[in-house]
Design a protein around this ligand. Structure first.
Ligand code: ADP
Ligand code: MG
Length: 371
């Protein structure tokens, strides 16, 4: 899919920007703090309705502005589609597809798919489980509307169940009430797990291919799912439910004592292995970076496999963090296939050949200057 045009009004340090990206590679260069990441953030926001670096949409409002407006024309499945997001200082957010207001997030998401690769992602192996779950959830949400619904439902159930567990001691509530929430949690949680297993299997084999190539055939990468209770990747939803249920029963007392839900997809993690060795514990920094790179490229391939089109790729300042071998691999893997937006402080990180194909802009205090 292609982002054909983008307009920003009062987004971060952009006052009023209209531009037409190339369907191949777009390069934004400039000094620090000029708005390079802000621009990629706007594309990410248009795709997901969330910023990747702030939970408060108010922070996205250009200082002194009461509203922001984003508009993008995309081309997918041979169709043009207009996406819009309007956010007001009061917190009101209006999302539209083809001029029609959408009140449910799943009706909006998945129109524009993106994969973002930033320096933080290079730390995905070492980072917290939460970041790894986030990577997985964002990827799956972009290919499955049903998965977004499950996540929303699961979060709600989890919140309510935790409240109940917390209030248990004082109020001496009936255990039956808790069991209603248990069955909700198990039902949605097990479906989430089954979907994660399905996707991890694909992601792992795609990442493995990339990793083998980057490591000149020397390293076999595997991604495994680490669940908070006993499950196997080939379990049916029913088998997952049974296992989830019996473990919850075992943990009943402990959960009541601690006032929170101790198992489920919100407690799970991913583990990476190279030649059967845990990369987090024993991998070199280079291996950890290659793992991150292999996974990001696998995300791009996975989306292609699932939705039949490549996502838009956002590469924020990662070129300077990669050595020339990995840089070259990354850029040649997506060249002429994936619409790519690259930010960099230095054009020297990019091959002449690629520069010749690219649309290049200098970013200076929220202004794009064609190069
Ligand atoms: N809401 C906002 N309104 C106006 N300017 C902002 C806002 N948020 C951040 N900025 C400015 O944007 C700049 C950072 O932009 P950024 O895209 O992160 O830089 P870089 O080009 O290094 O990637 C900072 O100078 C900051 O002052
Ligand atoms: Mg930046």
């Amino acid at each position: 899919m292609i982002l054909n045009s983008l307009s920003l009004l009062n987004f971060r340090n952009y006052h009023n920007l209209d531009f037409e990206p190339s369907s191949a590679i777009n390069i934004f260069f400039g000094f620090n703090a000029q708005g390079k990441t802000n621009l990629l953030e706007s594309i990410y926001y248009l795709a997901t309705t969330h910023s990747h670096r702030s939970n408060k949409d108010q922070e996205l409002l250009r200082w002194g502005s009461q509203y922001l407006h984003l508009k993008g024309c995309i081309f997918r499945n041979n169709r043009k589609l207009e996406l819009e997001i309007n956010f007001q200082e009061s917190g009101e957010k209006i999302i539209k597809v083809a001029g029609i207001k959408k009140t449910r997030l799943p009706d909006y998401l998945g129109s524009l798919s993106v994969v973002l690769f930033s320096p933080e992602d290079l730390k995905i192996v070492k980072g917290s489980p939460k970041e790894r779950r986030r990577l997985l959830d964002i990827e799956i949400s972009q290919i499955s509307t049903n998965y977004i619904n499950l996540l929303i439902q699961y979060q709600k159930t989890l919140g309510q169940r935790n409240n109940l567990l917390k209030s248990f001691k004082e109020k001496r509530l009936d255990i039956d009430q808790l069991e209603i929430w248990d069955s909700q949690l198990i039902k949605t949680g097990s479906k989430i797990l089954a979907k994660r297993f399905e996707i991890i299997k694909k992601l792992s084999s795609l990442a493995k291919i990339n990793h083998l190539k980057i490591s000149a055939g020397k390293e076999k990468l595997e991604i495994k799912y680490l669940s908070s209770f006993h499950v196997k990747p080939d379990f049916s939803v029913e088998e997952i439910e049974n296992s989830f249920n019996s473990r919850l029963k075992e943990l009943r007392r402990e959960e009541l004592n601690r006032g929170s839900t101790l198992i489920g997809p919100h407690r799970d993690d991913l583990v990476f292995y190279i030649n059967n060795i845990d990369v987090k514990l024993f991998g070199s920094q280079g291996q950890q970076r290659t793992t991150a790179l292999s996974i990001k490229l696998a995300e791009v391939d996975l989306m292609y496999g699932e939705i039949g089109e490549y996502p838009v790729l956002l590469l924020d300042d990662v070129l300077s963090e990669l050595d020339s071998l990995r840089r070259h691999y990354l850029l040649s893997a997506v060249r002429k296939k994936v619409q790519t937006f690259v930010t960099t402080t230095n054009l020297e990180f990019i091959d002449q050949e690629l520069l010749a194909e690219a649309k290049i802009f200098r970013i200076d205090e929220g202004e794009l200057i064609p190069h």
